[in-house]
Ligand binder design. Structure first.
Ligand code: SF4
Ligand code: SF4
Length: 507
């Protein structure tokens, strides 16, 4: 806060703007305080008048007359708590919209082969086999050298932390170790799509998901996010294609040599995110920083099997990812369509709650679910002017073009049909493989920092969600306040001495 005031003195013309935004933010926060009060009141199960109800939702006074026309009738607080307005699940600066903030041309978009993506065969294809192997060798040499010379973030203890991987078994059909309804002698669980949605969300939140969303598959639109061919490891030699993902009019899913079958009746995708550690992420590009991603992959391997078993006992199928990282379909696309976040300049989903600080996974089911809607909290607009990830990318991989484009620049690892910021991913990957890790773009992103309680971030988020006018200003102030990446040796080594909260979540 002190630094914010200092900056304000240096920029007197912007001080009054900050004051105006701050008072608006305070007003909105006050309104939201009402909702928290409602939650406390629920214990007492009292009866509310419509007027009281609207007041609690911040619609009292002048707004009451207009709002009352369409306001729902609420008899008691239990009914009130069932209303989406009272749930308060998303931050107050988030708006639901009919279409995603990135334009999509569904006619151009087609299902995509996973083997083409950069993390699979993309880098080898872009560089050629010889150069690809040379890059990998440089990475191996660097790893040994940096351990030997005890480079901060790459010493033996950091290599040990990074390599402490341990995964639960994961598969397309799941562990199938829980009883089915038939085995229990009862009919399967039946609920409305909304009830099912709440059930799955509650299950996933309990097991560690930071966000949960739902997409309904439609042949002409969202089904195109499912890969034509499933995951194949980049280690595979000779490299080929993963198993075909066939969507067929059959009753049961199956898999065999070179194929997996998704029944057409499995029309819903459960999208869930696992939040990464805030402090670890700031230490990019070290072995420490990269652990922020890996332990979420490990957690996912456990959660996926648990969710598949949960759905099985309820009487439904759960078709999972056969990789710890990514499989089945395009994660950012599903995350955008279910309303988890917006597409960012660097191609990942950016969420209102955590910015880029999460990994996104998905699972297909035949349990009917209520799909979410895309959201707009100004992120794509912010990306237009921010460009901080591009400015800080060592190999200059991320484009600095202001506007997104339909042009995939002839790169086979890009899936066409989205107006996005396409950039040469081989530059990123070649750099990543040589220094073994990166994620600097995650660490520096101004939308990836701070808790929802921080005054500065309240200001930023309100402004970002409502107008692009201040976007340049907030990019500059983020540089000045320096919330992001920590690269000094003492900052990297100091991580081991932090009194960390569970999972490293600081807010
Ligand atoms: S991970 Fe590193 S190299 Fe790749 S885009 Fe981000 S900053 Fe650039
Ligand atoms: S650093 Fe800026 S441009 Fe890049 S993803 Fe974050 S908000 Fe967008």
């Amino acid at each position: 806060m002190y630094r914010l005031l200092l900056l304000s003195q240096k920029l007197p013309s912007q001080l009054s703007q900050i004051r105006k935004i701050y008072s608006k933010v305070q007003k909105i926060r006050k309104e939201h305080k009402y909702k928290n009060q409602v939650k406390k009141l629920k214990k007492h199960h009292s009866t509310l008048s419509r007027r009281d109800f609207l007041k609690l939702l911040g619609l009292g006074g002048a707004g009451l007359g207009a709002a009352a026309v369409s306001a729902p009738v609420v008899h008691d607080l239990d009914e009130l708590m069932d209303l989406p307005e009272a749930a308060g699940k998303r931050p107050w600066f988030v708006r639901e919209v009919d279409k995603p903030t990135c334009d999509v041309d569904w006619d151009i978009m087609q299902r995509f082969d996973y083997s083409e993506v950069m993390w699979a065969g993309g880098l080898r294809k872009a560089l050629g086999v010889e150069e690809f192997e040379r890059i990998l060798e440089i990475g191996r040499e660097n790893r040994l050298l940096w351990m030997q010379e005890s480079r901060p973030g790459y010493t033996l203890k950091e290599v040990a932390l990074h390599g402490a991987n341990h995964y639960a078994p994961y598969s397309f059909l799941g562990p199938q170790s829980s009883p089915t309804p038939e085995a229990l002698g009862i009919p399967r669980y039946e609920g409305t799509p909304e009830e099912n949605t709440q059930l799955v969300r509650a299950f996933l939140r309990l097991h560690g998901a930071s966000q949960v969303g739902f997409v309904e598959l439609d042949t002409n639109t969202t089904e195109k996010f499912i890969y034509t061919h499933d995951y194949i490891s980049w280690h595979t030699r000779p490299f080929g294609q993963g198993p075909r993902l066939d969507i067929l009019d059959v009753d049961e899913p199956s898999e065999g040599d070179g194929y997996r079958v998704i029944p057409k009746k499995a029309r819903w995708v459960i999208v869930y995110a696992l939040r990464m550690s805030d402090d670890l992420m700031k230490l990019a590009p070290t072995k420490l920083g990269n652990r922020a991603q890996y332990y979420m992959y490990e957690l996912k391997s456990l959660i996926q099997g648990q969710l598949q078993n949960f759905l099985r006992t309820l009487g439904y199928m759960g078709l999972g990812e056969v990789s710890r990282y990514n499989a089945l379909g395009i994660a950012p696309a599903f995350a955008v369509m279910c309303g988890m976040g917006e597409l960012s300049r660097m191609g990942h989903v950016i969420t209102p709650e955590f910015g880029l600080r999460q990994r996104v996974f998905k699972l297909i089911t035949d349990m009917p679910l209520a799909p979410g809607k895309p959201i707009d909290f100004g992120a794509m607009n912010f990306c237009r002017t921010c460009k901080k990830c591009a400015d800080n990318c060592p190999p200059q991989a991320i484009t600095k073009d202001t506007e997104p484009s339909w042009d995939t620049r002839g790169k086979p690892y890009h899936s066409p049909g989205v107006k996005a910021w396409y950039w040469p991913q081989e530059n990123c990957q070649a750099y990543w493989r040589q220094i073994q890790e990166c994620s600097i773009c995650y660490a520096v992103c101004p939308l990836s920092k701070g808790g929802s309680k921080a005054i500065y971030h309240d200001l930023q988020r309100w402004a970002t969600a409502n107008t692009p006018v201040f976007n340049r200003f907030f990019r500059n102030i983020d540089d000045f306040l320096d919330f992001g990446r920590r690269s000094k040796p003492e900052e990297i080594e100091g991580w081991w001495d932090l009194d960390l909260p569970p999972w490293g979540y600081v807010d």
